[in-house]
Ligand binder design. Structure first.
Ligand code: NAG
Ligand code: NAG
Length: 285
């Protein structure tokens, strides 16, 4: 009985080995097949294209996102700018306008920007000392200098979006693809702001109808500085629109600026009708 089993085993063994070898050769061929090569290329294309745009496309046709970042000298400045640059570097068609609150452009920021890998413009303006008191709006002059630069260096032919990206916030890459389609003024929720876990525009039927916020919901536009984006052509078509010091109370800058260029009923809700949070503000007002 035992010898019958062994003779059958030894007859079948070579055949089993042949089958195993054939399967192995087959799977190696499949890896090198031209079909597999195409998958590799498609994967590479997917990696280089804009996140969230849904398919390969001609990136030079995308509107340029202009992010305005006021900044000032302090121990954590370079760390904050590094965090921003690491996100911005991954966004296609992006231009970073960094405005220092200083009498001259500092060497630290100049050197940082030259190596940051993001296309940029480096500006500066010193905030007059009388405005540097607690309770006063901050970075007003810096944002206005950036608006002036845009009006001088961009024109009707330039497709773009303008966004105010303070250096103490954290931005998800999805946010940039959301704001890129801004036709007038777009808005979205912001995390950790106004003393709440988040603030958001209240949307009904695809329109903004109010604001969920922990601080002065009676503001016409109760949004954070980085909770909105403006089409570049809206900035150019309203040459006098700017951030105000005179008559503006702290925390009213966003609202006072938006009043000059849009109406609440015209706002474009982004981030899935303002139900998703792509941007987090770490400071509380
Ligand atoms: C991409 O679009 C720009 C502007 O629309 C055009 O000038 C350029 O030739 C296009 N490039 C390709 C590769 O299609
Ligand atoms: C937003 O809401 C409107 C109206 O309810 C709807 O038509 C639209 O598809 C929604 N948009 C998104 C992105 O969910």
């Amino acid at each position: 009985m035992k010898s019958v089993f062994f003779s059958r085993f030894f007859i079948l063994l070579p055949w089993a080995l042949i089958v195993i070898i054939m399967i192995d050769i087959d799977s190696k061929k499949a890896i090198r097949a031209p079909g597999a090569g195409r998958t590799g290329k498609a994967q590479r294309a997917a990696r280089t294209r804009a996140p969230g745009t849904g398919g390969p496309q001609n990136q030079t046709a995308l509107p340029v996102i202009h992010a305005v970042t006021p900044t000032y000298t302090r121990p954590v400045q370079k760390a904050e700018l590094t965090r921003l640059a690491q996100a911005f570097r991954q966004v296609p068609r992006f231009h970073w306008i960094v405005v220092e609150d200083s009498a001259t452009r500092t060497e630290l920021v100049a050197r940082f920007l030259a190596r940051c890998g993001v296309p940029y413009t480096h500006l500066n303006i010193f905030t007059p000392r009388r405005f540097k008191r607690t309770g006063m709006p901050r970075a007003t002059e810096q944002r206005n200098v950036a608006l002036t630069w845009l009006r001088q260096h961009r024109d009707k032919r330039d497709a773009g979006v303008v966004f105010f990206a303070d250096d103490d916030n954290t931005y998800s890459l999805e946010l940039f693809e959301e704001m890129r389609s801004t036709r007038g003024v777009s808005v979205w929720p912001v995390g950790f702001v106004g003393g709440r876990a988040y603030e958001r525009p209240l949307v009904s039927g695809g329109k903004v109808v109010g604001w969920y916020t922990g601080w002065r919901p009676d503001r016409p536009f109760a949004t954070d500085m980085a909770g909105f984006a403006v089409n570049l052509q809206v900035i150019l078509a309203n040459p006098r629109a700017q951030f105000k010091r005179r008559g503006s109370q702290p925390g009213m800058q966003e609202s006072d600026f938006l009043k000059q260029i849009t109406k609440v009923t015209e706002l474009e809700p982004k981030a899935n009708n303002c139900t998703q949070i792509f941007h987090q503000s770490i400071i509380n007002k």
